[in-house]
Design a protein around this ligand. Structure first.
Ligand SMILES: *Cc1c(COP(=O)(O)O)cnc(C)c1O
Length: 403
């Protein structure tokens, strides 16, 4: 006789709660932040400059601007791309709201293309079908860490004269055809939120090879203020060292030295983080690939993914239960997954703007199936076993009792 699941009175797989993500902070990280606190600079000092240089060198981009968050990085990218009222920008519906909100910040209109079965990334064919004479840019999201189909999207952008912005909040450390994400799209944005692969508490970065974009983002991240005499508009011979000009309406999107120091320290462990995440994904894949009703992540051969999320699909017909019941069953086992994501246009704000619910049929059906299992470098072998045992126990229970 098989076990009862915790949701229906059985004993939970574990006694302590495990969440889907957790930062990995080491002693060296703490030391790096503390030494900044004892220094002369708390913001926009040597650590921020060092991080910007490090990101350029690591990912092969010519320019980097750091910022307060992945969201402000996306806002700056849209400003650099010149998004304004009446412009349309095509993005994925299966993403965090920030990927679309940044378009709204600039007065533009988000247009949602559908995603692909398998990778859950934006479908280039659907993107092309959404292009109008108002389309200005594409914001492509590397879902779960797997890069989007960059070559296909780039050629669409070339053909229609669009700017390609890659929301790489999930894909720090991922490679596309052997090349790091960060220098392939026109503009690439990263996030350093604590659930992401590398964290600064909060923080963001924008990478580009385009000098004009870079200068615009640098200006807009610091109130639209310049201290560069070449850019002055009204300065005369009487201006001195105190002088600066605000030449546009910018923002305070400055990263602190504490954030930069923490991120630099974290990046020194990027290969370790990537390997650890890959190993956990492999253990999950191996345990789940033969279980009827479970859909494991699919990676295209040209990708070398630094996995941010492990997204498991539940086929309701085969499993005999839906995603919600499976999710609740995991929670009862003391394993707390998450769902990435509620399609952006489902949210009341977007509904008020008139977005329909079923404009992306693949996204709609994927959203009904998915949940994200715990995936973070600090997971022990026992933690990974607990997740696997819980998923297997729940799958076995539903297929036994419902099919
Ligand atoms: C986390 C995330 C963001 C926003 O980053 P923040 O640093 O939290 O502002 C944007 N897009 C995606 C896909 C994300 O996962």
């Amino acid at each position: 006789m098989s076990e009862n699941i915790a949701l229906y009175g059985g004993t939970p797989i574990r006694q302590t709660q495990m969440n889907y993500a957790k930062q990995a902070i080491y002693k060296e990280d703490i030391d790096a932040v503390v030494s900044v606190l004892k220094s002369d600079w708390l913001t926009q000092g040597p650590k921020v400059r060092e991080l910007e240089k490090l990101l350029c060198n690591t990912f092969g981009a010519s320019y980097t601007v750091t910022s307060t968050s992945g969201t402000s990085a996306l806002h700056l990218a849209c400003l650099a791309a010149g998004i304004k009222e009446d412009d349309e920008v095509i993005t994925s519906p299966l993403t965090f709201v920030a990927s679309a909100n940044c378009i709204k910040y600039c007065g533009g209109t988000p247009v949602f293309a559908d995603i692909l079965e398998g990778t859950y990334n934006i479908n280039p064919v659907s993107v092309e079908s959404k292009i109008t004479n108002k389309t200005k840019a594409i914001i492509a999201v590397d879902f779960a860490g797997q890069p989007v189909m960059l070559e296909e999207l780039k050629s669409i952008c070339e053909k229609h004269k669009l700017i390609l912005i890659e929301d790489a909040a999930h894909s720090f450390g991922s490679k596309y055809k052997g090349r790091y994400v960060g220098s392939i799209a026109d503009i690439t944005t990263f996030s350093f939120h604590p659930v992401k692969t590398v964290t600064g508490g909060e923080g963001g970065a924008i990478l580009t090879n385009n000098k004009e974009y870079y200068e615009r983002m640098r200006l807009m991240a610091t109130h639209g203020i310049t201290k560069n005499p070449d850019e002055f508009i009204i300065a005369d011979d009487n201006f001195g060292e105190w002088y600066y000009e605000q030449i546009d309406l910018g923002y305070n999107y400055r990263m602190t030295e504490m954030q930069a120091a923490l991120i630099i320290s974290q990046i020194s462990r990027l290969d370790f983080f990537k390997e650890k995440r890959r190993k956990i994904c492999e253990q999950y894949n191996k345990a789940f690939e033969k279980i009827t009703g479970l859909i494991i992540p699919f990676e295209l051969p040209q990708m070398d993914t630094c996995w941010h999320l492990y997204v498991l699909g539940i086929n309701e017909d085969q499993m005999g239960c839906n995603r919600k019941e499976f999710f609740d069953a995991l929670v009862a086992e003391n394993i707390h997954p998450q769902v990435h994501y509620i399609p952006v246009y489902h949210h009341p704000y977007y509904q008020r703007l008139g977005y329909g619910n079923y404009e992306s049929p693949v996204c709609e059906s994927v959203y009904q199936q998915i949940l994200s299992l715990p995936l973070y470098p600090a997971m022990t072998d026992d933690d990974v076993c607990d997740v696997i045992n819980a998923v297997l126990k729940i799958s076995e229970y539903f297929r036994r009792t419902r099919k």
